[in-house]
Design a protein around this ligand. Structure first.
Ligand code: L34
Length: 281
């Protein structure tokens, strides 16, 4: 998919435009630092301009808002992302609303949430659910009329995932159920899924008996669990108990190497979309 961007990058370059992404990392959450580093590397490999701004964990909300204002006004930057989670002295919603909607490549600004909800293609689709949808489409898994069950209702994954699967078009037209922490008899619901998308952030929550035989299982979880036997002191596990689930599922994504790399790729697509829309306007 990254190679597919080459043609459009050449076309933009011929008009003097190099798509630019600014990533903002506040504090020293090690997982966030890893993801932001991977995003910068992906930009370099693909030929996008990128800048990472690192701010101390004591950064005030006013300082972060001032940085967003500066990036909103920077003509080299077409996409801005503020890596979540933010330290607790900062109101995330306030920051996400400050990002200019035209540069909001995470798709977290209410204007883009609304556009995605009504199927307006100028809206930015949040990278993780967008990546899940592309995984399905490009694996030849037709979602039309299928029962998709999403576990998790976060603004980053669960809710926008439901919006994408409901759309009328490729990777859409599904019948969608969203489960969450208050859902009763969750196993009875997950077992109805033709496509089960798990994004709750609980290591190995979904066991084999929660999956309908032959179902497609997409594991969005990336949990670091302590493991002194490894060099880094932790290992990555998904929200799905993979070894059990793969015996039952018709298809399944691994962690790592599944949804994570797709998230980064779709962020590149969104940044190119932002530059394209900017060049047209
Ligand atoms: N603003 N905050 C904002 N935008 C986002 O899109 C994110 N997210 C989530 C957390 N906060 C965010 C990400 O970037 C999660 N996320 C993300 C991105 C990439 C990967 C995982 C989560 C990824 O590539 N994971 C690798 C393993 C990386 C490792 O070794 O730790 C994988 O193969 O799954």
């Amino acid at each position: 998919m990254r190679a597919e961007l080459e043609g459009e990058l050449r076309a933009l370059a011929s008009r003097g435009v190099t798509p630019g992404l600014a990533a903002v990392l506040v504090g020293d959450n090690p997982a966030s630092a890893t993801y932001v580093r991977m995003k910068g590397k992906a930009c370099e490999e693909t030929g996008l301009h990128h800048e990472t701004v690192r701010l101390a964990k004591e950064t005030t909300q006013a300082e972060l808002l001032a940085l967003v204002d500066r990036l909103n006004a920077d003509p080299k930057i077409h996409g801005i992302l503020v890596q979540l989670p933010l330290p607790k002295q900062i109101d995330s919603q306030k920051v996400l609303r400050r990002v200019a909607p035209a540069k909001d490549v995470d798709g977290f600004h209410p204007e883009n949430v609304g556009k995605v909800s009504i199927g307006d293609p100028t809206g930015f689709r949040p990278a993780t659910p967008f990546g899940v949808q592309q995984l399905l489409v490009r694996s030849g898994i037709d979602t039309t009329g299928k029962h998709a069950v999403i576990v998790g209702r976060s603004n980053i994954v669960g809710r926008p995932m439901a919006a994408l699967l409901l759309q009328d078009g490729p990777g859409g037209n599904a019948t969608v159920t969203v489960c969450h922490s208050r859902t009763r008899e969750i196993k009875a619901v997950t077992r109805l899924a033709d496509i089960l998308i798990v994004a709750m952030g609980k290591p190995e929550f979904v066991t084999g008996d929660m999956i309908k035989p032959g179902a497609v299982v997409i594991d969005v979880g990336t949990n670091r669990v302590d493991d002194p036997a490894t060099k880094k002191g932790y290992r990555l596990v998904g929200d799905v108990k993979f070894d059990e689930a793969k015996q039952v599922a018709g298809a399944i994504t691994p962690v790592p190497g599944g949804v994570g790399p797709m998230t980064i790729t779709m962020l590149l697509f969104n940044t190119v979309q932002a530059a394209r829309q900017w060049a047209k306007s």
